[in-house]
Design a protein. Structure first.
Length: 296
């Protein structure tokens, strides 16, 4: 994990329970005598992540319907830290505005990015109910001056209709849907549950998730290539476009497409969490001169 990730040494359940007593009901000792929670239980996962947000990030209100995806905080904040390194390497330290594509009901990336680095966020979403819930979280945590939500009317549009052609965005964040359809998502969940030693409930997803959050026609690859194309239509509106990419085999085709679309620089950043390795792909269309003039 990144050196600034507060969760690199695991979870201190005693401190978490003291700060969030409601977590106590889900904590038990495993066969090694270590405190943990049942990661196959969506309610336990939610309680743990609520406790992490409250203790480490000062987020006192983080409620959302159980059917929505519950994002694991360590992995989400890892993306934030990798993006910050990229911005610093590019000389971008002040007046940072980040677009979170598909913020979901939890508004998690804006909460973490603003808390850790003071970034201002624009957050888009195609699901009106998710957007309403995200706004409630923003209101309750008094973050209206830092996070602005925008409704994306067209499901196939990723950037168009969200970024104004006169707008300048420092960077984008995106966690694409991984699956092509519900069947593929369910199959993946069953593999995860089997790994956790759970076989009894074939309907459960340990981190939950709605259709919009989990699948996209054509899957992750289709989404990513749509995103690449749409970013090429707004070459000078954003310094760094970025996306989480779960499948390594997509990187080659992304690089080929980006070269054709005119990207001037492409970065692939490893995102490691325990035994799981993902990556963040970042690209820019700005020339060296345009990059140097960005903050002028």
């Amino acid at each position: 994990m990144h050196k600034h990730n507060k969760h690199s040494k695991g979870y201190n359940f005693e401190v978490l329970k003291a700060n969030s007593p409601e977590l106590e009901a889900f904590v038990f000792k495993n066969n090694f005598g270590n405190e943990t929670v049942d990661f196959a239980n969506p309610k336990a996962v939610k309680a743990l992540n609520m406790a992490l947000l409250k203790l480490y990030y000062g987020v006192d209100y983080w409620e959302f319907p159980d059917e929505h995806l519950c994002p694991p905080i360590p992995g989400r904040v890892e993306y934030i830290h990798l993006l910050n390194d990229l911005l610093l390497d590019s000389g971008l330290e002040k007046n940072i505005t980040v677009l979170d594509i598909g913020t979901g009901a939890t508004c998690i990336y804006p909460l973490l990015g603003h808390t850790e680095y003071g970034w201002r966020f624009i957050a888009s979403e195609i699901d009106k109910s998710a957007l309403k819930n995200a706004q409630r979280i923003i209101d309750k945590n008094k973050l209206n001056n830092s996070i602005t939500l925008r409704f994306q009317e067209h499901k196939q549009s990723i950037l168009e209709g969200v970024i104004d052609t006169s707008e300048k965005i420092t960077a984008t964040l995106c966690n694409p849907p991984f699956y092509k359809n519900e069947a593929e998502a369910t199959e993946s969940t069953q593999r995860k549950l089997k790994g956790l030693g759970k076989h009894e409930d074939k309907s459960i997803r340990n981190f939950s998730g709605t259709a919009q959050e989990l699948w996209y026609p054509g899957g992750e690859k289709a989404f990513l290539h749509n995103y690449l194309y749409q970013s090429s239509l707004l070459k000078t509106n954003c310094f760094w476009y970025t996306s989480l990419v779960s499948k390594k085999e997509h990187i080659k085709s992304m690089k080929a497409s980006l070269h054709k679309l005119g990207a001037t620089k492409i970065e692939v950043l490893d995102l490691s969490l325990g035994n799981k390795i993902s990556r963040v792909v970042a690209w820019t269309f700005l020339s060296d001169k345009e990059q140097q003039a960005w903050n002028s």
